[in-house]
Ligand binder design. Structure first.
Ligand SMILES: [Zn+2]
Length: 263
């Protein structure tokens, strides 16, 4: 039974992942995510259902377009598989609960944000708004259902999270702008923490901020030491926020317990 549920959730993740790929490609170009049907970016041939089976089409066609044989970006495969595995991870942590559905929603938006920011260094407002909309529903739900993410925290914990984390980042962005005249920290990074705080509450969103800074700093240091980037290079920040959020949502309470234990 458990195996069947996991398999089903994985397939759901793959299918939705294939939709996330469409969003990743079209939103930065301001195209509709519903119409027209997907086409090969090289030859423009409209793809048939058999070309759109997640993972399998890619593998059977050996990563090439069936019609013009040009290579298909690995991104399609990576997004689909990550989406499937992500859904399984959330299920293993929370079971089939409201938390499962809401976190899958948040993580799906963040997975899209991860790839768009990586490629274009932007976080589209539409994704932030979609996140806030879901987050507000989850916030209202807490008055009727005790969720295990912010269990034991006061009702305003998500609002406190927004004030603390987005407030802090806004301050950093404004100071960075005023002192250095650089927009290293974009407004998108400030805004995307609003839905994250709505879903995760105060404690976990503060933990997410720490994880983000830690992961970003470590990666930045690695890139500079290996000379892949220099001090002046822009490094997209959202991918670290996304990974930080995922770690927080899955392991946050254990990390906080462990941290308080060693104090
Ligand atoms: Zn083609």
């Amino acid at each position: 039974m458990q195996t069947a549920v996991i398999l089903l959730i994985f397939i759901l993740g793959l299918v939705l992942g294939s939709f996330f790929n469409v969003v990743i490609c079209r939103v930065p170009e301001k195209k509709s995510i519903i119409k027209p049907r997907s086409a090969c970016p090289s030859c423009g041939t409209a793809l048939k259902p058999k070309d759109l089976v997640p993972v399998f089409s890619f593998l059977f066609q050996k990563g090439r377009c069936r019609y013009c044989k040009s290579p298909i970006s690995m991104q399609y495969l990576i997004v689909e598989l990550t989406s499937g595995l992500m859904f399984i991870a959330v299920y293993l942590r929370y079971g089939i609960t409201p938390e499962f559905f809401f976190l899958c929603y948040l993580m799906s938006i963040l997975l899209i944000v991860f790839f768009i920011d990586l490629k274009h260094m932007i976080i589209p407002n539409g994704l932030v708004i979609a996140g806030i909309a879901g987050g507000l529903i989850f916030f209202v739900l807490r008055f009727f259902y005790v969720n295990s993410i912010t269990d034991g925290e006061s009702w305003y914990s998500p609002l406190l999270g927004i004030a603390a984390v987005s407030g802090f980042l806004l301050l950093v962005a404004v100071i960075g702008m005023a002192v250095y005249g650089s927009d290293a920290l974009g407004m998108g990074d400030v805004k995307i923490f609003i839905p994250i705080s709505l879903f995760l509450g105060f404690k976990l969103s503060v933990l997410t901020l720490f994880l983000t800074i830690f992961l970003g700093g470590l990666t930045g240091l690695f890139l500079i030491l290996t000379k892949l980037k220099n001090r002046k290079s822009q490094i997209p920040f959202a991918p670290f926020i996304v990974v930080g959020t995922f770690i927080s949502a899955l392991f946050g309470s254990s990390i906080i317990e462990w941290y308080l234990g060693i104090l």
